[in-house]
Structures are given as structure tokens and as C-alpha cells.
Design a protein around this ligand. Structure first.
Ligand SMILES: [Fe+2]
Length: 237
């Protein structure tokens, strides 16, 4: 059995990334998959982008990773200035999705947006069903992120799971990730799924944001870090 760890949505929250890093130091994961949104929202974007590049082995981009380069929202210049040209080029070069066989199950891995609309475990059943078939190819498992809430459930088409968010968790304010222990490859074998929940210094994360008045949507970010309640206007990501 090997350990596959999936994480996403760091969103410029360095204290959360550091806490997850301390967990990774003890977790002995064989492969660490990044499922998008290293940056955006929080105040420490160069740091969380570099953390992802140093700690992860495989990389998939998210809507913020691509969107900042396109100056999709009014606040994107702030993030662009922090990241610089080289990091932005790296973020824009990330794959949209990947495939991974674990214990005989073909898993589809992607962030969520921009490939699909924003989906949660409560989304319309037909919309979730469609995630399991791409160009006639059938998947037995789907792992995604984007909703910032970790979950694992069975779906009639297979297993459906979400990494949750490292730096911008909704519901429970810990840093989250997903671990699967499985045999790599197409041979059927046992498989276990765990949700990783790591406490971190939320007050320190809020304080870094407080000391940066140029952070776009500063109050919404601070409120989300401290309460886990979504606090943005939906049009700004
Ligand atoms: Fe996100």
C-alpha cells in the first residue's frame, strides 16, 4: 500500500500552509498531489505558491491560479504584483486535470472551476453524475476541490471526494487535505480514505491580513479565516 495525499486551496494563507507542512513531515506520503488554487484571497501568495512547488509532486491548476494572470477581477493586480512573472507563468502552465489508477479504480482529478461550474456534495445529482464521464471515458472515482469543504461519499457512478481547503476552509476552520492508501495501478485491491484536519494559528493568519490594508476584500478574508463562514460577494471569486 502507498499513501497518496491530495491538497488544494491554500489561497495565500501561510500559517495554514506551515501547519500542513508540519503534518506532512510526519505523514510519510509517497505522492502529494496539488489540486489547484495555491494563490488568491489571502496576503502571502508568493509564499504559498513556493510552498506548493516545494512540497508537492503533481500539479493541477485552479480558477484563481489561471484567473489572476488574466486580471479576471479588479483585485487581481495585487496578487500579480506579489507573484511576479515567473510564478504567474508557472501557474498558467498547470494542467486542467489528471487521471490516476488506485487499487483498480480509475480516478479523475481536477480542481473544479474553470473546468466545471462550482460544485459541492449538495449539487444537483445529474451535475455530479456528469463528472464521472469525460469523452466517453468512465471513471470510478472523482477527486476535486474548489468548494473548500472536505467530504467523501459514494455516488452511484463511483466514489466522490473533495480535498477541502488548506488555507480557506469553510465550516471547520482547520487546514484540510485528503489521504488515500491504495495499491497504485489497475489491479483491484483494498483502499482506505481519510480526511486530514490540521489545526493552525487562525489569529496569526488574520493578523497578517490585518497588517496589509491593500489586500482586496480584506475583511471578508479575515472573517472567513476566523469563522469558516463564506463572506464574499460571489462575483469576486
Ligand atoms: Fe479556491
Amino acid at each position: 500500500m502507498k499513501k497518496f495525499l491530495f491538497l488544494a486551496d491554500l489561497h495565500g494563507n501561510l500559517p495554514a500552509a506551515e501547519a500542513m507542512g508540519r503534518y506532512l513531515d510526519t505523514a510519510a506520503a509517497d505522492e502529494i498531489w496539488f489540486l489547484g488554487d495555491a494563490v488568491g484571497k489571502g496576503p502571502s501568495n508568493a509564499e504559498t505558491c513556493d510552498w506548493v512547488r516545494q512540497r508537492c509532486h503533481h500539479f493541477i491548476g485552479g480558477n484563481w491560479d489561471y484567473g489572476i494572470g488574466g486580471r479576471e477581477y479588479a483585485g487581481d493586480q495585487y496578487y500579480y504584483d506579489q507573484l511576479g512573472e515567473e510564478r504567474m507563468q508557472w501557474l498558467n502552465s498547470l494542467s486542467r486535470e489528471a487521471e490516476l489508477w488506485l487499487s483498480g479504480i480509475r480516478f479523475r482529478l481536477f480542481h473544479g472551476r474553470p473546468l466545471e461550474p462550482l460544485l459541492t456534495q449538495d449539487s444537483d445529482k445529474d451535475a455530479l453524475n456528469r463528472l464521472f464521464t469525460v469523452n466517453g471515458k468512465q471513471y470510478g472515482g472523482v477527486i476535486f476541490a474548489d468548494s473548500h469543504r472536505p467530504f467523501f461519499r459514494t455516488h452511484h457512478a463511483g466514489y466522490l471526494m473533495n480535498t477541502g481547503s488548506v488555507g480557506n476552509s469553510m465550516g471547520v476552520t482547520n487546514a484540510h487535505a485528503l489521504m488515500i492508501e491504495a495499491e497504485p495501478g489497475t489491479q483491484r485491491a483494498p483502499l482506505t480514505v481519510s480526511i486530514i484536519s490540521v489545526p493552525y494559528d487562525n489569529e496569526r493568519a488574520a493578523d497578517i491580513a490585518r497588517r496589509d490594508p491593500s489586500l482586496p476584500n480584506q475583511q471578508a478574508y479575515i472573517h472567513e479565516v476566523m469563522t469558516g463562514v463564506y463572506s464574499r460577494v460571489r462575483t469576486d471569486g
